[in-house]
Design a protein around this ligand. Structure first.
Ligand code: KG4
Ligand code: ZN
Length: 329
């Protein structure tokens, strides 16, 4: 079964052809990062307009590189939330028109479920349930217990900024470009271990996160309120160590407390070098680390998430609407 996965929830126009929910035949991504960089963040209206321009070329690229023709597509899967309303609308309407025209089923996919299903792509390992998914992106930091296909319980979340958002905001304080995650990852790579130790938030709920206090601390340091200002590399490394320590400590605790068999790292921040290394080093369970290109937004993960639902007979109607505030679990 060949599924076309369509993803336009934020600033990537992405489409992919995936076979039987596991094999990525193509994954085409048009990133708008450069367009938004001069504004220091994603501008929703620009994102929507750019998606409109990119959908046809990206569809062509996804089909061409998969070496399949449009009439070989068996179903269309599309992200319907969470995300930017206008951006989601472009993907959903495009998907509806395409599915109607081809006479194939369409299925709306939760973007966060998509991030989890990157774990099934291009690997022979069958991820075992229960799985503990740590979904860390620009908009989310969720700890989700995956009890079976499509069965989710969100047991932890951020109480303020998402992890990726914290990376982006701190990068701005340090005068680095947008998106901040890769910039901080890169800058911090020259520091073995930071001598500065920044705080880790303590919260009542054991698997929740908070990053806004850490961001404020970095702001105070950059203003010289804490004495001598450390160099940017040191500050980037200390910030990254604090975020990664919180994420890893809570994910590992959640997984062991709930008898999980695997930990899956998902979302854009899952591309972070230190997070990948530390999670593997500190987890007593096997960790599934999808390749970085499947961790950031892509269409393949959307097709992968749709596969089991479609084979179980699930369908969306042509009145499928966007749900910008959709949650998981
Ligand atoms: O999942 P994603 O591509 O889009 C959302 O759904 O938000 O995640 C984007 C986020 C951005 O905040 C970006 O700074 C962060 O992922 N990110 C990283 C890295 N690469 C991307 N954060 C830390 N280290 C990275 N290497
Ligand atoms: Zn995402």
């Amino acid at each position: 079964m060949k599924i076309l996965g369509i993803e336009t929830s934020c600033d990537e126009t992405a489409m992919a052809v995936v076979e039987d929910g596991r094999r990525t035949l193509s994954s085409a991504v048009s990133s708008q990062v450069e367009l938004h960089a001069k504004y220091g963040g994603v501008v929703p209206e620009i994102a929507s307009r750019q998606h409109v321009e990119a959908v046809i070329p990206i569809l062509d690229e996804a089909l061409r590189t998969a070496n399949v023709s449009i009439d070989q597509i068996d179903a269309v899967a599309v992200t319907y939330g969470p995300g930017l309303a206008g951006a989601l609308l472009v993907g959903v309407n495009f998907a509806k028109a395409l599915a109607y025209d081809l006479g194939v089923p369409i299925l709306g996919v939760n973007h966060l479920e998509g991030h989890i299903y990157a774990a099934w792509l291009d690997s022979d390992d069958e991820p075992e349930f229960p799985l503990l998914a740590l979904i860390v992106s620009g908009g989310h930091s969720d700890v989700v217990l995956v009890k079976g296909h499509g069965e989710y319980e969100r047991i932890g979340e951020t109480v303020d900024d998402a992890a990726g958002e914290a990376f982006d905001k701190v990068a701005r304080l340090l005068g680095l470009g947008f998106p901040g995650g890769p910039a901080i990852d890169n800058l911090a790579s020259s520091v073995e271990s930071a001598s500065l130790r920044l705080p880790r938030a303590r919260l009542d709920r054991p698997y929740d996160f908070s990053f806004s206090g850490l961001k404020t601390k970095v702001l105070q340091i950059t203003r010289g309120e804490d004495g001598d200002i450390p160099n940017r590399e040191e500050l980037a490394a200390a910030f990254q160590e604090s975020v990664v320590d919180s994420l890893v400590t809570k994910a590992v605790k959640a997984a062991t407390d709930h008898g999980a068999r695997r930990i899956v790292l998902a979302g854009g921040v899952a591309a972070n070098t230190l997070l990948r290394k530390d999670l593997v080093a500190r987890s007593p369970l096997p960790v599934i680390l999808p390749p970085a290109a499947l961790c950031t937004d892509n269409g393949a993960m959307i097709a992968a998430a749709a596969y089991r639902r479609l084979t179980a007979g699930e369908r969306s109607n042509l009145d499928l609407d966007v749900e910008p505030g959709l949650k998981i679990g």
